[in-house]
Design a protein around this ligand. Structure first.
Ligand code: HMG
Ligand code: MG
Length: 306
């Protein structure tokens, strides 16, 4: 088995499902995680422990984490070669995650004020303060912390983002102990040119690219191109969602995450290892789309595999 050259962080069970209107049964969420693992994904964001009023779809996060099959994965992810982060916005979320034996959490802030208010009900600095408190306690408990900065290009309410705010947020998240910071193009407004400009700017300001990940939403069909551009610039970690599901209910108009199938297909056809079995992944995307959308229009996968 070859060592993957890029790491894909599958966010389907969290970002993918969080804004779906109809309640997805807990068993479907559990099966999704298991199928993704089966397809070779090694980093899977399991769920989020957030206000159930804000994200009703993931109100069953504790049931997901307590399920025996998931519990077995959570207990010793390292032994299984897995990373299984859970999104936690505050100490309450962290405490619940810790009580379920979670070994990795993700904190999230926005580089812009209005999305921060809409999403987590506080300012940029207030979000950093919460993230700092979560990271401190998580690290004390031996739990790894991943960070997200949202709206790196455009805020859905404020418009274009000031890159200096992205830099400040990334610096702070690294400083509080995040092992990696994912750059969230929440609105999907990024283009390859914007990606290259932002990454060059961050690198010039002493941010190591190996500590960054790309998190692209596909509102304008640019997400795969953005992944490729970020790869060309030196990024090796990409968040993606099976079936292209996803989106944040507080970013109106934004579409799903870049589809994991598209990312794996692109890298595979370029001879770049991802460690993911594309055929199984496509079957999983097909299945979850049937479950949540009642339809799937997948063509046979060998049409596009070179
Ligand atoms: P708040 O209203 O300021 O906080 O919310 P609060 O502390 O006053 O709590 C309000 C209620 O939520 C209380 O319940 C708390 O107990 C409960 P009530 O007394 O009203 O019944 N509560 C919680 N329940 C479960 N788990 C918790 C928790 N915390 C409080 N952890 C808060 C602040 C941050 C909690 C809220 O605004 C929230 O949950 N926001 C999260 C929204 C969210 O999940 N958005 C989507 C994820 S971010 C995203 O998609 C972007 C990303 O993909 C990257 C990108 O694309 O850019 C990561
Ligand atoms: Mg997202």
């Amino acid at each position: 088995r070859q060592i993957p050259e890029v790491r894909i962080v599958e966010v389907g069970p969290r970002d993918g499902l969080q804004s779906i209107q109809d309640t997805v049964p807990t068993e479907t969420k559990i099966e999704l995680i298991q199928r993704l693992r089966q397809a070779g994904l090694r980093s899977i964001e399991l769920t989020s422990v957030v206000s159930p009023r804000k994200i009703p779809q993931l109100a069953d996060c504790q049931e997901v984490l307590a399920n025996p099959a998931i519990k077995r994965l959570i207990e010793d992810p390292e032994k299984l070669g897995l990373q299984l982060p859970v999104l936690t916005p505050n100490l309450k979320g962290l405490e619940i995650a810790l009580s379920r034996g979670v070994k990795e959490v993700a904190v999230f802030i926005s580089a812009t004020e209005r999305f921060s208010q809409a999403n987590i009900n506080c300012s940029i600095e207030g979000g950093l303060e919460r993230a700092r408190a979560v990271a401190r306690k998580a690290i004390q408990a031996g739990v790894a912390v991943r960070g997200y900065v949202s709206c790196v290009f455009v805020d859905p309410y404020d418009g274009p983002t000031n890159p200096s705010s992205v830099l400040h947020c990334v610096q702070e998240l690294l400083q509080i102990g995040c092992y990696e910071v994912s750059l969230g193009d929440t609105t999907g407004a990024g283009t390859p040119a914007k990606v290259a400009t932002l990454l060059r700017y961050l690198e010039k300001n002493s941010i190591p690219l190996k500590r960054l990940a790309g998190h692209f939403h596909d509102t304008y069909g640019q997400a795969v191109a953005n992944v490729l551009q970020a790869y060309i610039c030196g990024i090796r970690v990409f968040d993606a969602s099976v079936g292209g599901l996803g989106g944040c209910p507080f970013a109106p108009g934004a579409k799903g995450n870049v589809s994991t199938e598209d990312v794996v297909l692109m890298f595979q056809n370029a001879g770049i290892q991802t460690g993911v079995n594309l055929t199984e992944l496509i079957a999983t995307g097909d299945w979850i789309n049937q479950q949540v959308r009642g339809s799937s229009d997948t063509l046979p996968s060998d049409y596009c595999i070179e």
